[in-house]
Write a new protein. Structure first.
Lengths: 196, 601
């Protein structure tokens, strides 16, 4: 017997299974990053002195990365919308762009990190850098996870479009919800670590 | 109107039969194709995963209990060589069989960690939740079977990481199960293994809880509304939310402690820390208190993760053996939801002694007093359910009945700890150990044993032996109290819980020191009392009395709608429909004293 509501919505909840699952997962992610942001607040309030982010960080590079991530969220929505309109080739294009932008973000992050290391700023240098590397590192891992999932959906996973298009569209939607969340975390990270 | 719907339903049922048999055949064909590995090891069937969880968790419980039995030797007879196994421990742990203080600390930390994270929670949620919950809601499997499999194997890897850490240089983690900073940050390598193990366990419980909640929301069968769910399902539902939302902050804290240990950051390291006259190479500026906040933000809801599934099991067994509806089902459900919510805002009552300030203490002692109300509502509902019943004293019922006063003692002794002034006296004494063990050991473990005896026929088709079961019950009940009751006496006298010699060097402990031997002997006898259970557990698989499908004459779907054991693939011959609430026992005018949920009026 097959598990019901894998691709169609359950009438009384209006949701298919994976959508419930991803929202629950995101709720737990909110608690994960929430705990780290709370720790940031607590450590900063308790510190005798705390450097301003804008004195430490490369703001232009951070701004470029913010724009890249917002752009990737837009292309992610476009890829899902293309599937809804049954335009598979457009889906391939937009999903490919999403992955490309995500990789670009990590490349930028790599240059940022190596510049910091070059200046002798390591996690152990100060509590500011400790939380900076922890938060951005964890966020970077989330980007990496998104790249892996999206690449699967772009490449081998996209075969499902021919066998079960509804379920494949759902998968892209769920991956999109995750991707927007990762984007949103950066929207909070950027002002907290770079501007304040 | 009503006739219309029933006609519609019966039509659907007829269709259902046809589809059902076809699916059964298909399922059987598929069933034969599965290799041994896919069927028993990397299985995606919730029943197999439930059994995997159950057996692994029982083994960890036995292991964690063994650690404690070794510790109790040192507490009863400080400095004397441990008999039998002392020589096996090796010179770095116990030279000439005499336990070293460092090894004692490892045993303490790992006993707590293993019992909570690898024993009780995986048994209560991973095993019972996985096996029973989908059957009770009439689902063919969990919503995400592959995630379910992954959840078990990640848990397994986490458990192995914890076990292997005993063989690292310096041994396993030795900073207590709470891993307070800065002690844990400067501890031996075992602490890193502990943190990595915890990351695995947190990931496992995250996957599990997403799966449980989605399954309960999405896969309830036709007619099974939320207020018709058995209380056990409600308990698992609330528990899963606690696991989902409370564990991530500990994961964050774990990552930060790993950074402190491996990258040299100072999240939890205060400025100017000097250990043994040597200043530590940390920049400082961190907050040891931050660790405690993040840790207890998980660890207090964790207490309710330990107790709620136990309450769920007891609810099923009490309703079944009193042959009455549960008294106040709706109040119990509301109490459980309120309990889950409140459990997120009581954590700092573990921290009254940290100097976080009287205003914060006042807030948290108020919320702590409030959270005792829903627990009392649930316990009261259980007691009132017994009122006027002609109780069947089956083996599971004995354990379930014992849960009530034991959890009552555990809960009531917690009240003085929840108030800041008495906590100053009782903090970190054996009183605290007595309190939470009454909740978890004579409380939750009794309920889990009740669940094993109750659902064993569901899993195997055979009943466990009643005589051995009763010996197991009375032995466990008497010796559990023998272990934990004297701890209240010692704790009120002010004996600290963390002493390697059990308090022998302290003047105020001398009056109550003789209890150490009594407690230890009780603990070892408690160990002996588990032997009938172990024999019974294995013997009954092949030799237990074969019983009918609904052996307890129960109303819930796992008994009334499927075989024992249920079909390997898909659980039900035909997906049941639900027409009534979960506990319709002794309904006036009915032919039998129970009306199954899937039986039409």
């Amino acid at each position: 017997m097959n598990i019901p509501y894998t691709s169609t919505a359950r009438p009384d909840t209006g949701l298919y299974n994976a959508k419930v699952g991803i929202w629950l997962f995101l709720a737990s992610e909110v608690m994960l990053f929430g705990a780290l942001f709370s720790s940031y607040v607590l450590l900063r309030v308790g510190a005798p002195s705390w450097p301003h982010g804008y004195e430490m960080m490369n703001i232009p590079l951070g701004t470029v990365n913010t724009i890249i991530l917002i752009g990737s969220s837009v292309t992610m929505v476009m890829s899902w919308a293309s599937l809804m309109m049954k335009q598979f080739s457009k889906y391939k294009l937009y999903m490919g762009l999403t992955i490309l932008l995500a990789v670009l973000f990590l490349v930028n992050k790599y240059f940022e990190y190596s510049a910091e290391f070059h200046h002798g700023r390591f996690p152990r240098t100060s509590t500011y850098f400790a939380i900076y590397y922890t938060l951005t590192g964890l966020h970077g891992l989330h980007i990496l996870g998104g790249i892996i999932v999206n690449s699967y959906l772009w490449g081998p996973g996209s075969k499902m479009w021919n066998t079960d298009p509804q379920r494949f569209t759902n998968r892209v939607e769920v991956a999109g919800l995750y991707w927007h969340f990762v984007d949103l975390v950066w929207i909070f990270l950027f002002p907290t670590l770079y501007l304040l | 109107m009503r006739d219309d719907t029933s006609k519609h339903r019966s039509q659907k049922q007829v269709e259902g039969v046809g589809v059902g048999t076809a699916q059964v055949h298909a399922a059987h064909a598929e069933h034969h194709e599965l290799s041994f590995v896919r069927k028993y090891i990397f299985s995606t069937d919730h029943k197999v995963i439930g059994i995997q969880y159950g057996i692994t968790a029982l083994l960890f419980l036995l292991f964690g209990f063994t650690l404690m039995m070794i510790m109790r030797w040192q507490l009863a007879y400080p400095g004397e060589p441990i008999p039998l196994i002392g020589a096996l421990l090796g010179p770095e742990r116990a030279p000439d069989g005499v336990m070293l203080p460092e090894f004692y600390n490892q045993l303490g930390a790992m006993h707590g960690t293993i019992m909570v994270f690898l024993g009780v929670v995986p048994l209560a949620v991973g095993a019972f939740g996985n096996y029973i919950m989908p059957l009770q809601i009439g689902a063919v499997d969990m919503a995400f079977p592959k995630l379910n499999m992954m959840s078990y194997w990640v848990y397994f890897v986490g458990g192995v990481t914890m076990l292997v850490s005993f063989f690292l240089p310096g041994g396993a983690a030795n900073s207590g199960w709470t891993s307070y900073a800065p002690l844990a940050v400067i501890a031996t390598t075992g602490q890193t293994a502990w943190l990595l193990g915890m990351v695995f366990l947190i990931t496992s419980s995250l996957l599990g809880s997403i799966n449980f909640i989605t399954t309960i929301i999405q896969l309830r069968t036709h007619g099974l509304t939320f207020m018709r769910l058995p209380f056990f399902v409600w308990a698992q539902f609330v528990t899963s939310f606690l696991l989902l939302l409370a564990f991530p902050p500990l994961e964050a804290a774990g990552i930060m402690q790993l950074m402190d240990r491996l990258a040299g950051t100072s999240f939890f390291m205060p400025s100017g820390l000097v250990v043994s006259g040597v200043p530590l190479p940390y920049t400082g500026g961190g907050s040891p208190l931050l660790w405690q906040h993040l840790f207890w933000f998980l660890a207090h809801p964790e207490v309710y993760v330990l107790i709620l599934p136990a309450m769920g099991i007891v609810a099923e067994i009490i309703a079944n053996n009193t042959r009455k509806p549960l008294w106040g089902y709706k109040s119990m459900v509301n109490a459980a939801i309120f309990l889950g919510f409140m459990s997120f805002i009581v954590w700092a009552h573990h921290m009254f002694m940290t100097g976080m300030g009287t205003v914060i203490s006042a807030f948290f002692q108020t919320t702590t007093m409030i959270i005792s109300i829903p627990s009392i509502i649930i316990l009261t509902a259980f007691f009132l359910s017994l009122w006027g019943a002609s109780i069947r004293f089956t083996t599971p019922m004995l354990f379930a009945l014992a849960f009530l006063p034991m959890f009552g003692i555990g809960g009531l002794t917690g009240l003085p700890l929840g108030l800041a002034p008495p906590d100053i006296h009782l903090h970190d004494t054996y009183y605290v150990i007595g309190h939470f063990h009454y909740v978890v050991a004579p409380g939750t473990l009794m309920a889990l044993f009740a669940g094993i005896y109750y659902w064993y026929p569901k899993v195997t088709g055979r009943k466990m032996n009643d005589l051995l079961g009763k010996i197991h019950f009375w032995g466990s009940f008497i010796f559990l109290n023998g272990v934990f009751m004297p701890m209240f006496i010692q704790g009120l006298a002010g004996v600290s819980r963390r002493l390697y010699d059990g308090g022998a060097q302290y003047a105020h402990a001398q009056e109550v020191l003789h209890w150490n031997e009594f407690i230890s002997v009780s603990a070892w006898l408690l160990g002996l009392a588990q032997i009938p259970f172990i024999i019974n557990f294995f013997w009954s698989i092949k030799k237990g009395k074969k019983v009918e499908e609904n052996v307890w004459q129960a109303t819930t779907l796992e008994w009334s709608a499927t075989t024992s054991p249920p079909l390997a693939h898909g659980n039900f011959v035909q997906i049941p429909e639900v027409y009534r609430g979960p506990y319709e026992y002794s309904v006036p005018g009915a032919q039998r004293d129970f009306l199954p949920q899937n039986e039409r009026a």
